[in-house]
Design a binder for this molecule. Structure first.
Ligand SMILES: Cc1cc2nc3c(=O)[nH]c(=O)nc-3n(C[C@H](O)[C@H](O)[C@H](O)COP(=O)(O)OP(=O)(O)OC[C@H]3O[C@@H](n4cnc5c(N)ncnc54)[C@H](O)[C@@H]3O)c2cc1C
Length: 428
């Protein structure tokens, strides 16, 4: 087992850290207060290869491995959550999903300009009436000749009002629930497609979140990703990418909480000594360290598995759940360490708290991940392979550890052995 980052991973870490600290961090507070995107910084990311990090070079990306991709998310969110959100929806949920499921034509038409940073992409699953219950989407898709006609709306969609491309999920037959869904690529400018922005959010104020409305949008059949009835599987596989970015980003914001708290605890004096000398303050710092290090290890394990093309649903859910809790608790403690100053936007802790709160909800609420982990442990849930398995990182060979007993075979084995012949089943 090797815990060292390799040369490429270290150079990506330096690239992402330098970019985030120079281009994002100095104006993060201002953009958060004004509710504006930092377009200047965003425009520089494409040429640096940061909008297609893990996408192979043949499709316009940088060809980084998935640990490097996680490190990019970590360093970006250490500066400002809105920039990690771009990694989550543009790179993770959309581009990597096209890499996994898309046809060659879809990859050339949509993935290549996305990976180069020429087009911005997002992912629309959530609806006004369906979030955690994602198999219950009310958006419909009706076949009409060589096209599908989409009607419905998506809500709480990151980048909705600024993206060029949308990966949306619709039902072909609502009676079949999640077995009746399909995924489609939509483009801004299609007749009947409109978007809007949500105002008054608690956090991620420097990022766009909004709605997508579809009124008789005609989508060519070539824009279906996967097959009819495969939409739910495409969406869940997308979340395996997206949740990884959310988890690694959460490590970054927790690290930012620690950085700020250590600095302040060494500077602030009370009762004639630095507050860091008080054990109850030390305890909060120590808790952050433990949370950050355990979450980072969970994240790097997922990155390692992804490098070899393994399905990571259970491991990614665990990393996302833990890292997001750690980030939120670290931000709450960072405010405490800062006392009243923590309650002011003069210091970053209150922004970290507001920004880390959303990640406990999106890409699976903490309750949903708690239930998932319980179900895996109890044998009620067992992952099946996707028809299109996740692509290994460029330069890596798939390790075929994914089968009905996958978790028992790789070195981080889940310690529950299914009885001979027993097939654990989902609860319903
Ligand atoms: C800032 C932000 C950005 C987002 N970006 C996107 C995006 O880009 N694309 C996208 O598609 N979506 C996005 N979302 C939506 C997000 O994924 C959903 O909000 C999330 O999945 C929860 O769905 P919901 O809000 O409908 O809550 P609900 O599903 O209605 O849940 C409400 C409560 O009930 C609980 N609950 C629900 N089901 C269960 C269960 N089975 N067991 C136990 N408890 C349960 C939940 O944990 C929660 O506490 C975003 C949300 C936010 C806040």
């Amino acid at each position: 087992m090797d815990f060292l980052l390799n040369e490429e991973q270290r150079s990506v870490q330096k690239l992402a850290y330098d970019f985030a600290q120079k281009e994002i961090a100095p104006s993060a507070r201002e953009h958060d207060e004004q509710g504006t995107m930092n377009w200047e910084a965003l425009k520089k990311m494409g040429p640096l290869g940061l909008l297609g990090g893990p996408i192979p070079e043949e499709y316009g990306g940088s060809g980084f491995d998935y640990i490097s991709f996680g490190i990019i998310c970590e360093e970006l969110e250490r500066a400002e959550t809105a920039f990690r959100v771009i990694q989550s929806v543009h790179v993770g949920l959309n581009s990597l999903t096209l890499l996994q499921w898309g046809t060659e034509e879809q990859k050339q038409k949509y993935l290549v300009p996305q990976a180069r940073g020429e087009k911005l992409a997002t992912f629309g699953l959530t609806e006004p009436g369906a979030g955690s219950d994602a198999g219950n989407v009310a958006t419909t898709a009706r076949k009409d000749g060589d096209s599908y006609i989409l009607n419905g709306s998506k809500l709480w969609i990151s980048l909705a009002d600024i993206a060029d491309h949308f990966l949306v999920f619709a039902s072909l037959d609502r009676s079949k629930k999640h077995h009746g869904m399909a995924a489609f690529i939509l483009e801004r400018g299609m007749d009947g497609l409109s978007t809007g922005t949500i105002h008054g959010k608690l956090g991620v104020r420097a990022g766009n979140t909004g709605e997508i409305v579809m009124q008789d949008v005609r989508v060519p059949k070539e824009n279906m990703v996967g097959e009819q009835g495969e939409g739910f599987a495409v969406a869940m596989s997308a979340l395996d990418w997206g949740r990884f970015t959310v988890a690694t980003g959460a490590v970054g914001v927790a690290q930012a909480c620690l950085d700020a708290s250590v600095k302040y605890a060494n500077e602030r004096q009370a009762f004639g000594r630095p507050i860091g000398k008080f054990q109850l303050v030390e305890q909060m710092i120590a808790k952050m360290v433990a949370g950050i290090e355990t979450s980072r290890l969970l994240c790097y394990r997922v990155g390692w598995m992804k490098n070899y093309g393994m399905k990571t649903t259970r491991e990614t859910s665990l990393a996302k759940w833990q890292a997001c809790n750690v980030a939120f608790e670290s931000a709450n403690d960072a405010i405490e360490v800062h006392g009243a100053y923590g309650y002011s936007s003069e210091y970053p802790a209150e922004r970290y708290l507001r920004n880390s709160r959303g990640a406990v909800i999106y890409e699976g609420t903490r309750e949903v991940h708690t239930v998932l982990q319980g179900e895996y442990a109890l044998g009620y849930r067992h992952d099946k392979p996707y028809r299109c398995p996740p692509p290994p990182a460029p330069g890596y060979e798939r390790k075929d550890m994914y089968d009905a007993t996958s978790a028992l075979h790789y070195p981080f084995a889940f310690p529950v052995q299914a009885e001979e012949g027993m097939t654990p089943k989902p609860r319903n």
